[in-house]
Design a protein around this ligand. Structure first.
Ligand SMILES: Nc1ncnc2c1ncn2[C@@H]1O[C@H](COP(=O)(O)OS(=O)(=O)O)[C@@H](OP(=O)(O)O)[C@H]1O
Length: 395
């Protein structure tokens, strides 16, 4: 060890002592120094964010978190152009699908992008700043496929004729329309497809590894729907946001009676049928925990998840009638009722009556479904354009 090292080693306790003395002398709140003492990077909250909104993965709940943050911080959002509610899905994303993106022959940049799209990085980069934080969310492909089957039953040719998901998985090629109808994207490796990859590709080891490496390179974080609260804690940490920014209620959920489940055999078949998504899920489930433990440590992760849940309970008590969701068709305020699709009974929330104006606004945002919130931000951002019509709401 050289003399330089000895000096540095001696300086560390001296510095800590000086900080503590200053705290005492200047009556500085020790909590403001905590991140510094923990060696945690401090800085302003991250505000340039691209969220790849995969399907049936809790992504509407994440979208609600991002829309609320955008609205309360007056950030611009890359919203679907015209009457649409998605950014060109299932076609590969193009920058011109964003309202107001083209300006005098150049591209306008936005703070937040989180509507459904099929990832196409070169086009996304045209409308998002260089320092954008990219993240996404995935779910166990067995439950993701089951949720898709119920939700998109009437829309996806491959699903339409099948009596059940078990029947579909027993002979998927027989049901699957060979015409390469893009709507069949929901029927096989849907998350792989959303990432912009070929969802019909054979799951060869070299191919899969190369694509996984590409996802690692493009996305700073991939969250896991089954570990939603841990995911929000890690996201909050990365974005340097406040606790309330990431508290949410579960949105776009089916009532238990429209969850069909699968036989053990069907589950094994689903893993094989969606082999690319299965590899994707296994890989990112592993790296998620490795990151969460490396960045936060098990104890801090546990205590922050507990804080998040406590705050959610508090807000549920404040905002929600009966503290729980109800069948979406029975939500009293139609403006807060979620879109219903296929055989799914999608749940929504009634708010407690008698809330003061400020609390009411906050609670409305927390339970506002994707279509309504997209239309709301669109009207705020483009007041001169015709408002987006919501199919089941009178204009
Ligand atoms: N917080 C939280 N934690 C875990 N799971 C959650 C959460 N929020 C939503 N969900 C579940 O996500 C499913 C809906 O996914 P999406 O919103 O991505 O669907 S969509 O593609 O936008 O229609 C839907 O799954 P199913 O109920 O199985 O259909 C929701 O229950």
């Amino acid at each position: 060890m050289g003399p330089k090292h000895v000096c540095v080693r001696a300086a560390v306790p001296l510095l800590a002592l000086t900080v503590l003395l200053l705290v005492g002398l200047l009556h500085v709140d020790i909590r403001t120094l905590a991140p510094l003492l923990r060696g945690q990077a401090e800085g302003p909250p991250v505000t340039n964010i691209m969220f790849l909104k995969t399907h049936k993965t809790a992504s509407s709940t994440v979208l609600n978190v991002l829309f609320r943050f955008a609205e309360t911080h007056n950030l611009s959002v890359a919203l679907p152009a015209g009457a649409r509610f998605h950014l060109g899905y299932p076609w590969l994303f193009l920058a011109r699908y964003v309202e107001g993106a083209e300006r005098d022959g150049s591209w306008r940049r936005f703070n937040i992008m989180c509507s459904h799209l099929r990832f196409n990085p070169a086009e996304v980069q045209k409308v998002m700043p260089q320092d954008t934080f990219y993240f996404s969310i995935i779910r166990n492909p067995i439950s993701q496929l089951e949720a898709s089957f119920v939700y998109y039953r009437g829309f996806v040719p491959a699903f339409r004729a099948a009596e059940s998901l078990d029947a579909f998985l027993a002979a998927p090629h027989a049901y699957r329309n060979r015409s390469r109808d893009l709507r069949n994207a929901y029927a096989k490796n849907n998350m792989w497809f959303d990432l912009g990859f070929d969802h019909n590709a054979p799951a060869g080891d070299g191919y899969v590894r190369a694509r996984l490496a590409e996802v690692e390179r493009r996305f700073q974080l991939v969250l896991i729907a089954e570990h939603f609260d841990e995911s929000m804690v890690l996201l909050r940490h990365r974005l340097r946001w406040r606790l309330d920014d990431v508290v949410s209620f579960r949105l776009n959920a089916r009532s238990p009676r429209s969850v069909t489940g699968l036989t053990p055999e069907g589950r094994e078949r689903a893993k094989r049928w969606c082999a690319l998504d299965w590899r994707l899920y296994q890989h990112f489930n592993r790296t998620f925990w490795a990151r969460a433990h490396a960045e936060l440590g098990a104890r801090r992760l546990r205590s922050e998840v507990a804080r998040l849940r406590a705050r959610r309970r508090e807000l549920a008590g404040l905002c929600l009638q009966d503290g729980a969701p109800k069948s979406g068709t029975q939500v009293a305020d139609r403006r807060l009722s979620p879109y219903q699709s296929g055989d799914a009974d999608i749940l929504g929330y009634d708010l407690r009556p008698g809330l003061d104006n400020q609390t009411l606004r906050m609670c409305q945002r927390l339970v506002m479904p994707e279509l309504q919130y997209t239309a709301r931000l669109y009207a705020l951002q483009f007041p001169e354009k015709p408002p987006k019509a919501i199919p089941f709401l009178p204009a």
